[in-house]
Each structure stands twice: as structure tokens, then as C-alpha cells.
Design a protein around this ligand. Structure first.
Ligand code: BES
Ligand code: ZN
Ligand code: ZN
Length: 485
């Protein structure tokens, strides 16, 4: 259960407190006894990550920030510390916990709380009552004590809410969540957050001739969907919208080029891009960010059923380009391509797609960087990089030279959906670029999304990678627009 976040201006003597300190001074308002202060001072000398003082009616957790010049690293260290003490905090069964700070930056309490909330997440809806870990679901209220503006608190709450439901969606297995049920979950989220959702079903997708999405869907018994999410606030500052596109493969078997060995494991998470776009839209709408943003989500499973598309098929895409299928496991780019060309109808300022697209991105950067390729103005990638450092969902750019696109040449169609064995992540990006008629940022989260073990608060098996990054990026674009006004 996600703790509730509230603001307070007081700390009462029986409340347990996390206090983040910027130097070795121990704040008087914690009302520690002489013996406790002596203990804390000794521990500070030992330079432990945190100091735990267990009095009989309350607990105090002291966190001494390391002296580090790069601010975003300090912020990340706090999020990581919160992961490291999440179990200790849970074991103490607090119903209330105050987070406060002294002699450091005021958002420290936000960073710590964000890390703690993300670390407390668990996916236990399919555990029977007997199997549930009671301590994990203990109701907790977190009181933020400090000089924090209300919009920052509301951002924290809405963004972490989004991470929670985005992770839930990503973790659902395909027998519980097919394309149609994904669409109805997105609708529910749109209704509660205040953005609109239109769901195109198979008939409409056929009428629109979205050949990529339809081809991938051919081996499935479940129909595809194409979801259009829109957040268009009255006071939006941008004339042309920003379009987000999320890969919604609810399960990737590989199709007839079936995944062998253990490569199919976790492929229910192949709709992480779609879930993440939904999470971003939720956060923008809930925080009333004055930016016109559209989310496009093509969704289906990729299976080797009786009528499955095959290697060698030639298909016609939504934009009328023809594609020779070199491999049915390169399905993500086919459904994304239709969405990227569909985006043209909005004359967007920028298109950003996010997808668990290639094993190659994971092989290149491991789990530490989102692979990014772009043909858009450099101002966007600089901002994205800055946001990536701040929320610590860092990006690394790959070259996007036209020579890489030449590897997609087909003898029989306008293009092929695969190149050679090398530079797989870049070639996938070049394929997508052919279908985007407006400036594109392509984000491949195959390495950062499906973690085998927790990377601190970025929890394993569906971390919702890119959600905090894209939400922050769009919020800052809105802020830049209002500065110009
Ligand atoms: N969904 C996979 C990519 C993936 C692999 C994500 C591992 C996360 C972890 C994608 O659809 C895929 O199968 N890509 C192929 C492309 C290849 C056939 C050109 C790949 O990367 O192997
Ligand atoms: Zn695949
Ligand atoms: Zn896939």
C-alpha cells in the first residue's frame, strides 16, 4: 500500500522522524537526550550511511549527506539511502513518519520521500491474503516538514502514483491483460486523471489500413487496439502539440521467429512504453501542466498463430510504404511506425517514442542508460539529458547517421524491418525515422526497464523506466514556454 503524503509545520515528541542533515550538527528540535546525542556524534564520525536511534516511544533516523559537488548526485544518493533503509522503516511499523532537514537544500525531503515511495512498491494483488506480507501493506502517513511549495508536493504525489500504476500494468501477465483490457485500463486512468482517451478497435484500424499493427496482430486470437490519449488544457502554451508514442506489445513471443531459450521470459513487459506514456499523461493532467500533449498507443500481442505474418511477407503500412518482413520478432517497430505516421495529422512540434525495442540497446548500455536517438533540434536533447541526470534516468545518445539507414534496403519493397547483426538499436531507430514526418526523439528502454534485480528504488521486472524523465522533461518545457511569455 502506498503511504499517504501530507505537509506539516510541527513535529510532536512522539512522532518518529527522518532528519536529513548537511553537516555534523544535530538539530535541537529533535529533542534527543544527551546519551543519544553522544551516540549520534560517534556514529557521525564513523561515517555510516544513516544513524538509527530507537527510543522507547519513537525512532529517529539521521541521514548525513556526503560532501559532493554535483547536486544531482547528492539527490540520487538520498533516493538510494531511502531504498537501503526501507526495510528497517517497515519493520518498525510506524503509522506516521516525519521527514525533515537541516543545513541542506529543502527539496532533500522530496528526494528522500520519492525514493522511499518507489522502494515501498510491491505487486501483490495475486497473492492470497495468507500469502501477503502484512508489514509491506501497513498503512503509513508521511509528514513532510519543511519549506516546500504545494505544487512540488502535488508533483511528488501524482508522479509516484503514476509510477505505481504504471508498474502494475507492466507486471500484469498477458492472461490477465490483453490489448483490449489494456485499452480499458487506460480509459479508466484517463477518466480519473482528466485526459481524454479514444480507443480505435480492429474495424477502425482496418479502415485506416494500419498495416504494421494488423500484420503483427495476425497470429493472435485477440484483436489489436490503437489508443489516442489527449491532454489539451485551456491554457496550453504550445500551439503545436507534443506527441508521445508508446510500444504496446502485451506479449512478445517473437511470432514465427519464436524466441528460444529463456529469451521469452518477461515479454509481458513489452508494453512498458505504452504504460509509461499513460503514466506521463496522468501526471501532466493531475498537475494541470499547461502543455498540449497527445499519446498514441498501438497495442497487440505478437504470436505465431495459424495466420501469423511470416518472414518474407510484404506489408503496406499506414503511410502506404511497403515493408519486407525480415524477422517477425522485430514487431515493435512495425506497430510504432504506423503510430508515428499517424502523428502527422497533429502537425506536432516534436514526437517522442518510448519502447522496449531492441536487445541491442541493452547489450550496448546495460541497465544504466536509456538509448536515445534524435533528428530534432539539439535544444531538446540537452534538456532531456539535464532532466535525465536530475531524476537519475540517464540517457546516452547513439549516432543517427544516414548510412545506418542504408542497411535496411530491401530488394522487393521500400524497406525491410531488419538490417544486419550489427548496430541493431540504431537500425531500429532509423526504421522508425522513415515513418515520422516531424522531429523525432526515439527512446529505447530495453536495457533499463526489465531489470533482473533491483537497482535501488528502480525495482526489478518493470521499473517504469522513462516515466519520471519524460514527465519532468515536459514539465520543464511548459515552464520554458511560460518564461518566454
Ligand atoms: N521486445 C524485443 C526487444 C527486447 C529484448 C526487449 C530483450 C527487452 C529485452 C523486440 O521486439 C525484439 O525482439 N527485438 C529483436 C529485434 C531483432 C529481431 C532485429 C532483438 O532485439 O533481438
Ligand atoms: Zn520482438
Ligand atoms: Zn518486442
Amino acid at each position: 500500500m502506498k503511504p499517504e503524503i501530507r505537509k506539516t509545520s510541527q513535529i510532536s515528541p512522539e512522532q518518529s522522524v527522518v532528519c536529513i542533515i548537511g553537516n555534523d550538527h544535530i538539530p535541537e528540535r529533535l529533542n534527543l537526550t544527551k546519551a543519544e546525542i553522544g551516540y549520534a556524534q560517534n556514529q557521525l564520525k564513523a561515517k555510516d550511511e544513516y544513524i538509527f536511534i530507537n527510543s522507547y516511544n519513537r525512532c529517529i533516523y539521521l541521514i548525513r549527506l556526503k560532501d559532493e559537488n554535483i547536486h544531482y548526485k547528492v539527490r540520487e544518493e538520498l533516493r538510494r539511502t531511502s531504498y537501503n533503509i526501507r526495510k528497517l522503516i517497515r519493520e518498525n511499523n510506524h503509522t506516521e513518519l516525519v521527514i525533515t532537514y537541516e543545513n541542506t537544500y529543502s527539496e532533500a525531503i522530496i528526494d528522500f520521500t520519492e525514493g522511499l515511495l518507489l522502494s515501498f512498491y510491491s505487486f501483490d494483488k495475486y497473492k492470497t491474503v495468507a500469502g501477503k506480507d502484512d508489514k509491506k501493506s501497513y498503512p503509513l502517513t508521511i509528514w513532510l516538514h519543511g519549506d516546500i511549495a504545494d505544487p512540488e508536493i502535488s508533483w511528488l504525489i501524482n508522479l509516484t502514483d503514476a509510477v505505481y500504476f504504471t508498474r502494475d500494468l507492466i507486471k500484469e501477465p498477458v492472461n490477465q491483460l490483453n490489448a483490449t483490457s489494456l485499452a480499458s485500463e487506460i480509459k479508466k486512468i484517463g477518466n480519473s486523471a482528466g485526459f481524454s482517451v479514444e480507443v480505435l478497435t480492429k474495424g477502425k484500424i482496418e479502415a485506416l489500413k494500419m498495416g504494421g499493427l494488423l500484420a503483427v496482430n495476425k497470429g493472435s486470437v485477440d484483436p489489436p487496439v490503437f489508443c489516442i490519449l489527449e491532454w489539451h488544457p485551456e491554457k496550453s502554451l504550445n500551439k503545436k502539440p507534443i506527441v508521445l508514442v508508446g510500444k504496446g506489445i502485451v506479449y512478445d513471443t517473437g511470432g514465427l521467429n519464436i524466441k528460444t531459450g529463456d529469451f521469452m521470459a518477461g515479454m509481458n513487459e513489452d508494453m512498458a512504453g505504452a504504460a509509461t506514456v499513460t503514466g506521463v499523461m496522468h501526471t501532466l493532467a493531475k498537475c494541470n501542466i499547461p502543455l498540449h500533449v497527445i499519446g498514441l498507443i498501438p497495442s497487440t500481442d505478437n504470436r505465431p498463430g495459424g495466420n501469423a505474418y511470416t518472414q518474407g511477407d510484404i506489408i503496406t503500412m499506414f503511410n502506404r510504404m511497403t515493408v519486407e518482413i525480415g524477422n517477425t520478432d522485430a514487431e515493435g517497430r512495425l506497430i510504432l511506425a504506423d503510430a508515428l505516421s499517424y502523428a502527422s495529422k497533429y502537425s506536432p512540434e516534436l514526437i517522442i517514442d518510448i519502447a522496449t525495442l531492441t536487445g541491442s540497446a541493452a547489450m550496448t548500455f546495460g541497465n544504466q542508460a536509456i538509448a536515445v536517438m534524435t533528428n530534432a533540434d539539439r535544444k531538446y536533447i540537452s534538456l532531456l539529458e539535464e532532466c535525465g541526470n536530475d531524476v537519475y534516468e540517464r540517457i546516452a545518445e547513439l549516432p543517427f547517421w544516414e548510412e545506418y539507414g542504408e542497411l535496411l534496403k530491401s530488394d522487393v519493397a521500400d524497406t525491410k524491418n531488419i538490417g544486419g547483426r550489427e548496430a541493431g538499436a540504431i537500425i531500429a531507430g532509423k526504421f522508425l525515422e522513415k515513418f515520422a514526418e516531424y522531429p523525432l526523439i526515439h527512446m529505447d528502454i530495453a536495457g533499463t526497464e526489465m531489470l533482473k534485480k533491483d537497482d535501488y528504488y528502480r525495482l526489478k521486472n518493470g521499473s517504469a523506466s522513462g516515466l519520471r524523465l519524460l514527465s519532468t522533461f515536459l514539465r520543464r518545457i511548459a515552464a520554458k514556454y511560460s518564461d518566454k511569455k
